[in-house]
Ligand binder design. Structure first.
Ligand code: SF4
Ligand code: MG
Length: 336
């Protein structure tokens, strides 16, 4: 399968009055055509900063891309001009957010928000774009689309706004869709509908999806590969099966143990991970998870563990993978 996107050693900082926040510290992953990957981690781990950097949405200053590459369609998106980025953003890489109100324009009719992109990027006539807008709203399951295209976002319910946002994002058939916590604000039934909808549209439009989430339950439903981030770094990545059934990183164990499972009996407790992530003004020189890790050794505090290959698809950055390290099994709550 061919790769649509390659992120290599991406580093992003924010310059503030109190110093520099090292938000993304060497993140690498790639995305195949038509594939869905999930980037998971707690808030502040750098997952949203990573995705917004792919779209070049972060204002600079205060954000600075300190290093690395984002390869898309033969170009390094960290280096292309803003003018070139405007042709890519929305047309070839689109994004949906947790709160549709941040990406829907409250002063524009929903239909116009769909036709705008089509007329700009696909040079469609107004009437063709309008037909396409109706078709897109129908596709995302919005009833009476002919009427709905003339309404404003506030006339839509929360779930419908989310659907409208997906319709706008996918109207131009982007190669990559970035979905940042797309279902977090929705109730569970609508969450499931939105995930199903994304899966269906993906088959149809063949878009590759990057799903950003803190919720491993959503991941299991849709992603084939998982990238686990912590304190601006990728600590583990692998196929869905590898991450769910053979997790290697103590942070991944913690995430899994804190997630409700279908096969869980009600007396099994969910275990949150005690402690908090390190200060990214001054990231630790060793493993970023050391302060919260039950298995931390002396070396963990002194040296950053490199990513080690566990299989051709599975990588983990933890000193426990070292030959000399003690053997530690994941807790039962993590692998159920
Ligand atoms: Fe824990 Fe050390 Fe592994 Fe970090 S490198 S997760 S501190 S065992
Ligand atoms: Mg976020």
């Amino acid at each position: 399968m061919s790769k649509v996107l390659e992120v290599k050693d991406l580093q992003v900082s924010f310059k503030t009055y109190s110093g520099e926040v090292h938000a993304v510290r060497g993140v690498s992953f790639d995305l195949d055509e038509g594939e869905t990957i999930a980037i998971v981690g707690e808030s502040g781990c750098g997952k949203s900063v990573t995705s917004q950097t792919l779209m070049r949405l972060l204002p600079s200053p205060p954000s600075v891309i300190k290093g690395g590459e984002v390869l898309f369609d033969g170009k390094d998106l960290t280096k292309v001009s803003e003018k070139e980025m405007e042709k890519i953003r929305g047309a070839q890489i689109a994004m949906i957010f947790q709160d549709p109100m941040t990406s829907l324009n409250p002063t524009l009719k929903v239909g116009d928000q769909i036709t705008e992109g089509l007329m700009k990027h696909h040079k469609m006539s107004k009437s063709d774009a309008k037909k396409k807008a109706v078709e897109m709203l129908k596709k995302v399951g919005i009833p009476s689309p002919e009427k709905r295209i003339n309404q404003y976002p506030h006339q839509f319910s929360g779930g419908m706004r989310q659907r409208a946002m997906i319709a706008i994002a996918l109207a131009c058939a982007p190669k990559v869709l970035i979905a940042d916590e797309p279902t977090t604000a929705l109730d569970v039934t609508i969450q499931a509908q939105i995930i199903d909808l994304m899966k269906e549209l993906q088959k149809d439009i063949k878009t590759s999806i990057i799903l950003i989430t803190h919720d491993l339950g959503v991941v299991a439903d849709i992603a084939k590969r998982v990238v686990v981030m912590y304190a601006g770094k990728v600590v583990e990545s692998g196929t869905l099966e590898e991450i769910f059934y053979q997790p290697k990183h103590p942070y991944t164990w913690g995430l899994l143990a804190s997630m409700p499972r279908l096969d869980q009996t009600s007396d099994q407790e969910l275990l949150p991970i005690p402690g908090s992530p390190p200060d990214l003004f001054k990231p630790p020189k060793g493993c970023p998870f050391a302060a919260r890790c039950k298995h931390a050794m002396k070396i963990c505090l002194e040296e950053m563990p490199e990513a080690t290959k566990v299989s051709s698809t599975h990588q983990v950055a933890c000193w426990l993978e070292h030959d000399m390290a003690p053997k530690v099994e994941p807790p039962a709550a993590a692998v159920g």
